[in-house]
Design a protein around this ligand. Sequence first.
Ligand code: AMP
Ligand code: MG
Length: 400
Amino acid sequence: MLNYSDALRIVCDESSKIETSVEKVHILQSVNRILAEDVYSDINLPPFNNSAMDGYAFCYSDVRKWKLIGEISAGNYKDYILSPDETVLITTGSKLPDSADSVVPLEDVEISDSFICLKDNVKIKRGMNVRLCGSDLKKDQVVVHKYTKINPQVVAALASCGMEQVKVLQKLKLAILTTGDELVPVSQKPTGDKIRVSNSYALSAAVTELHQSADLLGVVNDDKSRIKELISDALHKECDFLITTGGVSVGKYDFLIEVFSELKIEVRFWKVNIKPGKPIVFGVYQKNERKILVFGLPGNPVSSLVNFQIFIRPAIAKILHQQDSAKISALLLNGLTKNDTKRHFLRGELVNENGEWRATPFSSRSSGDFAEMSKSNCLIEIPEHIMNAKQGDVVECLLI
Ligand code: AMP
Ligand code: MG
């Protein structure tokens, strides 16, 4: 059976062929989006020489006492022509007169009779406390590079360059179709052999958490022709990913594989040597010039969510030219054994104590344990060849 690394490589190779569209959004809507172009500064930053302190502006010489002849506050420039023994009060960020080149801070001087005198032991230097025009960035230089994920710091840079509208990659659309006769809506109390649908909500939340767009296509019974109809509709709508849940095992009512091939979805793999989430199917649907990535996930909520984190999340990162979140090396707090050669992704809790990461795997490995899953914040990865992991061993963890 295909191992995890090979399966992930196949997914990432296909993802790297997906072209994303670009849209313009208002700067206030741009946070967490991916910048789609290099942004150049249309001005020097800062745009003029200015004071880094509240103080007195002067032209450097061996003078240590100046006559105060006026003041400049931020946004209220006056072009004083200072002789070497004259100074003006200046506030932080205010434009420096051309005749000054240095600023002494308020706390370093004494004032008497409109004269400013340096306190004893205060040393001055030419250019002190002055931010020079263009010292941060020169006009026409790149201030933020293409494919930068926009955060508040980036927004500050974009705003200073006058980018009211920002070109970003369009959000990826992930359509999610849920299958299973046993499923009833969240709003309904399940009776008999029914259960509430939960995995599509979890997957939708996972998509939202990555700042992409989820389109819930609803729940369909284990009825092959109806499933086929809905998948066919989904493929003809606008989406980048089609995710189905349920029906990918080998049970009598597991139709998804058949439906995928009947609809000309090219299946790249089915089943990966992992636990949970082994029955995952991955395929590609070619739609004119574009491709849709198709993931058939098992219905089990733990399996489908783990599949999302270990396959779909890296696929999204690849398409958006982002690094997938790095794994964290942590000390295992409980030993564990496994009796197969699958790669395991155990739910667990990762904490940082005094700068050291520690991971506690949860005891249940049942794929349907909601209460426990809701307490986990990581997946602890145990590679294929490891059968026993001891307390204190170093393990790789993926934050979820
Ligand atoms: P399947 O992959 O269709 O064989 O389903 C595997 C298990 O997951 C079964 O116990 C299902 O009842 C359960 N399951 C399937 N789909 C869902 C769903 N949408 N929400 C919650 N549980 C599900
Ligand atoms: Mg099913």
